[in-house]
Design a protein around this ligand. Structure first.
Ligand SMILES: NC(=O)C1=CN([C@@H]2O[C@H](COP(=O)(O)OP(=O)(O)OC[C@H]3O[C@@H](n4cnc5c(N)ncnc54)[C@H](OP(=O)(O)O)[C@@H]3O)[C@@H](O)[C@H]2O)C=CC1
Ligand SMILES: N[C@@H](CC=O)C(=O)O
Length: 384
């Protein structure tokens, strides 16, 4: 049977999806493609009318930016008995529970594989791991843009802004790249992943989030000589009914698998109580890898494969449940505080290592420093 699809968003990912359907899916018909203006309509498949988009389709594939008119359109589609597939983590993070409930009520599927980890089949694997195990932690390089920036800065000594421009050109960055470099994109991705893994939704705003914006070449070079790579990591961990989640730059030993993840690749790791550590690596951003994940969701719908998703546990965010060592780098701040274990000065940059402290203590300390020295960068140090 021919499956009829409506395409919402004909940008980087949308064009990739159309290309893969036309090239590789003979039993899928692209019925409508919604674009913003009549001038963008290339043939009679194109429309600017949302009513037309939802006419006579089985599946809506949503690839626009932000939550409006995304939310209204997804709700309309699910309510009409149309399956929905999306790559848009903004809308998934904001309404995951509601979309799943509405899909269930209307006997259709809401799928979002491409919203985390680009082309990596992570959502599917996470749901699968949870069928057998209790998952205790998730750690991931979850943003292709920032991994690309850090990798090129470290290897080619190129400045942050130049690498960001290149990530935009390659189709990795968000329409507003502050979502990438200030961490909100990873905040949403770790929130979506943790909600599935721990069966409990904690709003993404509650996850600690430290921007990557201030990372300097001198910092990368200094830590590289000491045997560490800086990676931008989304992390969450549970203990009983408590959970801690964060997005922050982390110092990782050069010989670890995470340190070897280059370019726009992502790596996601879970820890399950019988499987132990499971790791997944692949392109986390870019046209075809992301489109590939959308097509996988589409084929799963065609083959009537259904994932069981539940959020019936209640976890609370606890910023005191674990302790970490943090490293602070700044130009002026003296770091003469009790919390600091040792400090050095290299080429005018002061680098201070904390005693083991809770994230809550780190947040308070960092807020105080930032009022006096805005150049301060805070890195979590992974245990050796
Ligand atoms: N690029 C990537 O690697 C990945 C992207 N994603 C997500 O996928 C989605 C799409 O990303 P991407 O393709 O890169 O983004 P683009 O900006 O390249 O494409 C988005 C497209 O949607 C169009 N659009 C936005 N709003 C509307 C609207 N109201 N009506 C009609 N068209 C609209 C845009 O038009 P206009 O240009 O006129 O605004 C643009 O053509 C985003 O949510 C993103 O976060 C997820 C994983 C990876
Ligand atoms: N901007 C995002 C795109 C994929 O989610 C990224 O760089 O990872």
């Amino acid at each position: 049977m021919m499956i009829k699809v409506g395409i919402l968003g004909y940008g980087t990912v949308g064009k990739g999806v159309v290309h893969l359907i036309e090239e590789r899916c003979s039993d899928i018909e692209i019925k409508h493609i919604l674009v913003r203006s009549k001038e963008e309509c290339l043939d009679d498949h194109f429309t600017v009318d949302f009513d037309v988009l939802l006419e006579d389709i089985d599946v809506l594939m949503e690839m626009i930016v932000g939550d409006s008119p995304t939310y209204e359109t997804i709700v309309r589609a699910l309510s009409k008995g149309i399956h929905v597939i999306t790559s848009n983590k903004v809308t998934v993070a904001a309404h995951l529970q509601e979309y799943i409930d509405l899909a269930t009520k209307n006997h259709v599927q809401f799928r979002f594989e491409a919203s985390v980890g680009g082309g990596i089949p992570w959502i599917e694997s996470c749901i699968k791991a949870k069928r057998v195990d209790q998952i205790h932690s998730i750690k991931g390089i979850l943003n292709g843009t920032t991994n690309y920036i850090l990798d090129r800065m470290a290897k080619e000594k190129i400045d942050f802004d130049v690498c960001l421009q290149e990530a935009k050109r390659l189709g990795y960055a968000e329409a507003d790249p502050s979502a990438d470099i200030d961490g909100f994109d990873v905040q949403r991705k770790i929130m979506i992943s943790s909600s599935l893994a721990y069966e409990s939704i904690i709003p993404f705003e509650e996850y600690d989030c430290i921007s990557l914006r201030k990372i300097k070449l001198v910092d990368l070079e200094f830590f590289s000589k000491k045997g560490y790579t800086i990676k931008y990591i989304g992390f969450s961990k549970t203990k009983g009914n408590q959970m801690y989640g964060s997005v922050e730059p982390v110092l990782i030993r050069n010989d670890s698998l995470f340190a070897s993840v280059d370019k726009n690749n992502n790596m996601i790791e879970l820890y399950g109580d019988s499987i132990g550590y499971l790791q997944f690596v692949g392109q986390g951003a870019g046209q075809l890898p992301t489109a590939n994940a959308m097509i996988q969701d589409l084929l799963d719908i065609v083959e009537h494969k259904v994932n069981k998703i539940e959020f019936d546990k209640k976890l609370n965010m606890d910023k005191t449940m674990c302790k970490f060592t943090y490293v602070f780098c700044a130009n002026q701040y003296q770091f003469d505080d009790e919390i600091i274990k040792n400090k050095i000065e290299v080429d005018g940059r002061r680098i201070a290592t904390s005693k083991p402290i809770t994230p809550e203590e780190r947040n308070e300390y960092l807020n105080c420093i930032m009022q006096l020295d805005k150049t301060c960068v805070c890195l979590r140090k992974e245990e050796d």
